[in-house]
Design a protein around this ligand. Structure first.
Ligand code: HEC
Ligand code: HEC
Length: 95
């Protein structure tokens, strides 16, 4: 997946889900979802180390977990492997 508003926001919702203050990249906060991210996020652009989604995700798992917990699709993507089944729904167990 390349860097795009619609692609990234499908899970992250908006620029607010990332903290650009620490990295000094706050210019991102002014971008609309329609901004062409690949202008910089491409192999020969200024953000060449962050071109596809795995460039962002790899190695970040233990860092600031939860910062995007409000992301709607997070529950969907995580739900696939989630052990958090509710016991309240045990009345619907299969025969
Ligand atoms: C399928 C859902 C999904 C999509 C699509 C997605 N992400 Fe993520 N992203 C996550 C999840 C879940 C985490 C949290 C991982 C963790 O911290 O354990 C995360 C974490 C991150 C982080 C680290 C959070 C932080 O503040 O340090 C960055 C940066 C990031 N994503 C950038 C992106 C970018 C850029 C895109 C688009 C190219 C993108 N993500 C697309 C689900 C997604
Ligand atoms: C004007 C150039 C430019 C544009 C346009 C741009 N970015 Fe970036 N972005 C950068 C640079 C430079 C970095 C830092 C790359 C690095 O760390 O090597 C970066 C880093 C990021 C990070 C990682 C922040 C972190 O803490 O690791 C995210 C997330 C991100 N951009 C998302 C986006 C999204 C989403 C868009 C489009 C809506 C976008 N960017 C458009 C230049 C840009």
């Amino acid at each position: 997946m390349p860097v795009t508003g619609p692609g990234c926001y499908s899970c992250h919702e908006s620029m607010d889900s990332w903290d650009f203050t620490a990295s000094g990249l706050t210019f991102h906060e002014a971008f609309a979802p329609t901004e062409d991210c690949t202008v910089c996020h491409n192999a020969s652009g200024v953000a060449s180390s962050r071109v596809v989604v795995t460039d962002f995700h790899n190695g970040l798992e233990t860092e600031r977990v939860g910062i995007i917990y409000g992301g709607e699709d997070l529950s969907v993507s995580e739900g696939k492997s989630s052990p958090g089944r509710s016991t309240a729904s045990s009345t619907t167990r299969p025969p």
